[in-house]
Design a protein around this ligand. Structure first.
Ligand SMILES: *Cc1c(COP(=O)(O)O)cnc(C)c1O
Length: 349
């Protein structure tokens, strides 16, 4: 009998798996993956209960008509310019699959959301990282990489910083391929690029209900683009990509957007307090418009501080990245959680 060849394609075998933030089971103060500390609208639970009673026997709505119709109303774009995904991660994945083949350049300013790299590696496409300056201003050279896809996370993670509108526009106007503006954190900011979708057929704006809408566990993202782009992404996506319960939850949350806005206002207020207290402790803090802050610690070493906080039951994010070796990213929790964090930090430094 012939020995079967179960080897992976070489570019898959070369990949190092993506390490998502830890999801601990026990009682910890979890400030490591930018989840919302507040619950979603009560409407979400109410409608989920109904859906569990009578909605699970059938396949979900492949068109996600209810979610798209609500998004269309909220953002004043026709439903044909909207597609939804199993988290915005799925949409980002489908974009890379649709546009970038082996060897094609996919560009980003770095450091940024590490998941982009995994998606590019999966396609055996070419990762082009243009370094952010220390200020995290969007580098204009990002537009000059002859990339099939260019990612701009705005606000960026892990810095929380936003790009200036004229800088985003300049990249959009000069880029060789599609430009994806990843707005996972936009509801905590005063930025936003949806207008560029109305003006440019090569701009895709992605958003998520994971952060501001407190629905990370439901996995629901969406994107806006020209109808032709949406039609292409429709071909790529798995047809039943968003399950019934996620659609029900998203519809309910979109019917009660004021809850999201109120939660975002609270998070922003806590973020401002956290930032100024960190500065008071002698840390450097980038100007964040997201639900987390990136802070640089002169001494003690950030890696040690991460471990010490963890021992005390507080989980923050430390990155295995030389550019971020002296930094910690801290998600904005409730005021009580942030007070406990600040107490521990005061003792530790
Ligand atoms: C959290 C995050 C996402 C992914 O969001 P999901 O909708 O939960 O998949 C995308 N981009 C950035 C920059 C993020 O931080």
């Amino acid at each position: 009998m012939r020995k079967p060849d179960a080897s992976f394609l070489p570019h898959i075998a070369r990949m190092v798996g993506y390490a998502p933030g830890e999801q601990p089971r026990g009682r910890v103060i979890k400030l490591n993956t930018n989840e919302n500390p507040y619950p979603p609208s009560p409407l979400v639970l109410e409608r989920l209960r109904q859906a569990c009673d009578d909605g699970l026997r059938r396949y979900p709505d492949a068109m996600a008509a209810g979610v798209r119709q609500r998004l269309s109303g909220l953002f004043d774009l026709p439903a044909e310019q909207i597609v939804i995904g199993n988290g915005s991660d799925e949409i980002l994945n489908n974009i890379v699959r649709a546009y970038a083949g082996p060897g094609d350049a996919v560009a980003m300013a770095a450091p940024t959301y590490p998941y982009y790299r995994k998606l590019i590696e999966l396609q055996d496409a070419r990762i082009v990282e243009v370094p952010y300056p220390d200020s995290f201003e969007l580098p204009p050279e990002l537009a000059d990489q002859e990339a099939r896809v260019t990612f701009i996370a705005d606000p960026n993670s892990p810095s929380g910083t936003v790009a200036r509108a004229d800088q985003v526009r300049a990249v959009v106007e000069r880029a060789a391929g599609v430009v994806v503006v990843d707005e996972a954190y936009v509801d905590f900011s005063e930025t936003g690029s949806i207008d560029l979708v109305r003006q440019h057929p090569h701009v895709i704006v992605t958003r998520t209900m994971s952060k501001s809408f407190s629905l990370a566990g439901m996995r629901l993202g969406f994107c806006f683009a020209h109808p032709d782009v949406i039609a292409g992404l429709w071909k790529v996506k798995e047809h039943y990509n968003v399950n019934t319960l996620s659609q029900v939850a998203a519809e309910a949350a979109l019917d009660d957007v004021e809850v999201m806005r109120e939660n975002a206002r609270r998070v922003v207020a806590t973020r401002q307090r956290l930032s100024s207290r960190l500065v008071g402790l002698g840390f450097e803090v980038w100007d964040s418009q997201a639900n987390f802050v990136l802070t640089r610690i002169a001494a003690p070493p950030a890696a040690g501080l991460y471990e010490q906080l963890k021992e005390r039951g507080i989980l923050v994010r430390y990155f295995d990245n030389p550019r971020l070796a002296d930094c910690l990213r801290i998600s904005v929790g409730t005021d009580e959680e942030i007070d406990l964090l600040l107490e521990e930090l005061t003792q530790l430094v």
